[in-house]
Design a protein. Sequence first.
Length: 308
Amino acid sequence: MSRPALRFGLIGTGIWVRDVQAPAAAASTAVQFAGLYGRNGAAAAEIAGAHGVQAFTDLDQFLDQVDIVGIALPPAAQPEFALAAIAAGKHLVLEKPVALEPDAATAIADGLEAKGLKSLVFFTSLLNHRNQTWLADVAAVGGWTGGRVDAFSGVLVDANNPFHSTAKWRAGTGALWDTTPHAVAMLVEIFGPVVEVTASAGQGDLKAAILTHRDGGLSTINIALDMPPSVLGETVIYGSAGKRALPIAVLDWKTNARQVYGAALGALVGSIDGQPTRLPDARFGAYVTTIIAALEQSLAEHRAIQLA
């Protein structure tokens, strides 16, 4: 006899919840969308009402009504709510980066493992079906020794950018903590663990990073949140098999992100049910936070930083 669908609840009332996570949860057949918590009661009621679920402004009441918690908050706020959900025995869907401090990110991963709870970090770069197909192909070929990720956006300067409304908190951390997690996750997936990082700052928000990988790979990342729309991103790897670029596809970001989030919910439920999966979980998210914190240290101290 199959069990009832696990109850899923969201924390947050921002653009990602409104345009991606809430619609994806409502359309999911893997979970039952059961509620939404937000400190802004009016915003929470509006989003929850659009999907026929209950809005909460009391966190404990919200946690009592769900089995899985999806958090969509700025990274500085995420650890507080993640740890509260873990204390209540809830599985987690987290945003990247998991936290801005390695200790906070590690505490989340440790807490989940101590209680036998499952987690997933919403790295769209790893969970996107197109990227998964490409990553599987390059893994099968092997022999890659270097790569580059250019991750550019105009979110800080372009009023037409869909995320410009979130520029206030993104400006505080810049692309280093906003887009770099996706780049690091991709490069670690391809080249393996990182043992040394170096970073430099250019004009505006432009940063450049070099990652030295344990198994001999060398990769670079160029990032900025203040580029014009004409400056496109790119992911390229190279080695004995030649050169491969991640295909660039023009996608409707809302539709694509909803599909990826819906698939991620299904994968997490499968993991909870004991199915073998390769999800980017909180432990992996904590590792990515550790790498980015080392890049931040490199920028501040103008030197290479070693990682264990």
